[in-house]
Unconditional design. Structure first.
Length: 561
């Protein structure tokens, strides 16, 4: 950190971000968890990364830059080699008649400034940027994977100009795939056998993208290499196999969950990247609005009850629960989790990996956890009546229980628990809050363009009262769309953000649950009490230019445009 913790504390108090008592509590939490004060402030949703950067820049009387919001010319970023940029945590982002503008995590680093000034013969103008923002910008340096792969092969070609496939650097190819997937923030790597080729696809922001075509005769060797790394049988080709790989990258050590299954043209391998970096988000980062954030914070301050996160597979439920666990994680609390799998290690939290082979299921694990004197328990998922019964009993006996459920919206979670043989009065008395969510793709900031549409056009897909509630009484609204550029792989989207629905279980809602009312009645009552639905939240994000109407309609299951 470029300023001391003491100075940072002074700035926080001057700007009324925290009271002295709360700041002291947060500072103690940082010391006890061996985490920097800046990381704790961001993790606990006290301030955003960008806002904190602006605050520090202002105090140091330095200009501040958010690299994610600008387009960086290729000839400018290449003023500094990638290895040097990573080591020094700097990015050159602009060059004009005044000189070279340099984004720096530490603007006091004069050595790199002098090096660039000497190289270009121009003045260097330092800007402060956050480490997280700089780190997320390094992907601009990379060439397309297909070109990098071809370059790797060209290095291996002999004097005759003939390439022998049997001598292909398979280990390097597998390392290259993992490294590129990590830099692209891909959640999965698919290596698929085809009749004539082997196709590699990355799942980025929930969508699969073709990234590399390999010769068919390399496919089996690549799959064999993955089997060796994940300690699977290399002589088994007709049965599915599951394994795990630990791989060391420049940024961190990551785990990969491996699944191999036989197909008509060979074996298909899917590698799931379990990266700590992909889970390091606060609820603010994930897109939760301030009003909903206050409701969740109020629920986390209770010492008992249940906090549920709902949504389909891949909607970000576990990431949201991790963000809540990090808010709750203090030295005086015993937090224990049972997960399948443990996707991200949190320091100070006791995390258990479920293992059905040894009868360590969610239900049996939860029973054992309750004998470990926990304050807070996180159950990866409530899948059956047994797990639901134990979780509700734990919430009744003075434990705060966090878990996930597969339901379409927040209110549907309540009858779902009742279907699992939980008495309505028990559901009403234990559930504190339910967070329903979906993930929408964010418009690429580099190629975002405005477009006006009429309210009538929008009204053909969304009820007019919802439009007026979220966008006001206007005839035309400005929406945004990504035109497609090099940064977003020509698709117009880069990254994802959540749309949320936070149902606070009030006295009135408890009464409706006890009376066995259906989900629609509960939803209407919650909206009357001020709940923002996922569609409302999505439309507000459309109005702010964060995402597109098509994305919101896609995830909220409203008829598409």
């Amino acid at each position: 950190m470029i300023i001391s913790d003491e100075k940072l504390k002074a700035f926080i108090l001057q700007n009324n971000i925290l009271t002295p008592e709360k700041l002291s509590e947060v500072s103690d939490s940082a010391k006890n968890s061996d985490t920097s004060l800046t990381d704790i402030l961001i993790e606990k949703d006290i301030i955003s990364d960008e806002k904190l950067g602006q605050l520090i820049a202002e105090s140091l009387k330095l200009p501040f830059i958010t690299l994610a919001k600008i387009t960086i010319p290729d000839n400018v970023i290449r003023l500094i080699p990638e290895k040097v940029a990573r080591k020094q945590k700097v990015i050159p982002f602009s060059r004009d008649e005044y000189g070279v503008k340099l984004a720096m995590a530490d603007p006091g680093n004069t050595q790199i400034q002098e090096m660039i000034a000497k190289k270009t013969g121009e003045k260097v103008i330092p800007y402060l940027a956050t480490e997280r923002d700089i780190f997320n910008t390094f992907h601009i340096y990379r060439k397309e994977l297909q070109k990098t792969y071809e370059g790797l092969f060209n290095e291996e070609i002999g004097k005759t100009g003939i390439y022998v496939t049997d001598e292909a650097p398979v280990a390097k190819i597998v390392d290259l795939l993992v490294d590129y997937a990590y830099q692209d923030k891909a959640s999965d790597i698919h290596i698929e056998p085809e009749e004539k080729n082997s196709l590699v696809r990355f799942r980025i922001d929930g969508i699969l993208h073709d990234v590399l075509v390999l010769p068919k005769n390399l496919h089996e060797r690549i799959v064999s290499r993955i089997k060796v790394l994940s300690k699977l049988r290399t002589d088994e080709h007709m049965a599915p196999q599951d394994g795990k790989i630990r791989m060391k990258l420049a940024e961190e050590n990551i785990d990969l969950r491996v699944s191999i299954i036989p197909m008509a043209d060979g074996e298909k391998a899917v590698l799931r990247l379990l990266s700590a970096r992909f889970r390091q988000f606060s609820l603010m980062d994930l897109g939760m609005q301030e009003a909903d954030l206050k409701k969740v914070t109020a629920a986390t301050s209770k010492s008992y009850g249940m906090i549920l996160s709902t949504g389909p597979t891949g909607s970000g439920k576990t990431t949201s629960i991790y963000a809540i666990v990090k808010i709750l994680n203090t030295r005086e609390k015993n937090i224990t989790t049972i997960e399948d799998p443990v996707e991200y290690r949190i320091k100070g939290v006791n995390q258990i990996q479920a293992n059905p082979k040894t009868n360590l299921t969610f239900a049996s694990g939860l029973r054992s956890i309750l004998r470990q004197d926990p304050n807070i328990v996180f159950v990866g998922e409530i899948r059956d009546s047994e797990t639901a019964g134990i979780a509700v009993n734990a919430a009744l006996t003075g434990h705060l229980v966090l878990s996930t459920l597969h339901t379409n919206d927040a209110a549907t979670a309540l009858p779902r628990l009742i279907d699992m043989k939980i008495e309505p009065f028990l559901v009403a008395s234990t559930v504190n809050i339910i967070i329903a969510q979906r993930l929408v793709r964010k418009i690429c900031e580099m190629c975002k363009t405005p477009k006006e549409i009429s309210v009538e056009e929008l009204g053909s897909h969304i009820p007019m009262e919802i439009i007026k509630k979220n966008l006001g009484s206007i005839e035309k609204i400005t929406v945004y769309k990504g035109g497609g550029c090099k940064i977003c792989h020509q698709i117009g989207y880069a990254g994802r953000i959540g749309v949320f629905e936070v149902l606070e279980v009030s006295k009135n809602i408890r009464k409706l649950i006890t009376e066995k009312n259906d989900a629609d009645v509960i939803t209407r009552a919650a909206v009357a009490e001020g709940m923002t639905t996922m569609l409302d939240d999505g439309l507000q994000k459309v109005g702010k230019g964060i995402t597109t109407l098509e994305e919101v309609l896609r995830v909220t299951k409203v008829e598409s445009l």
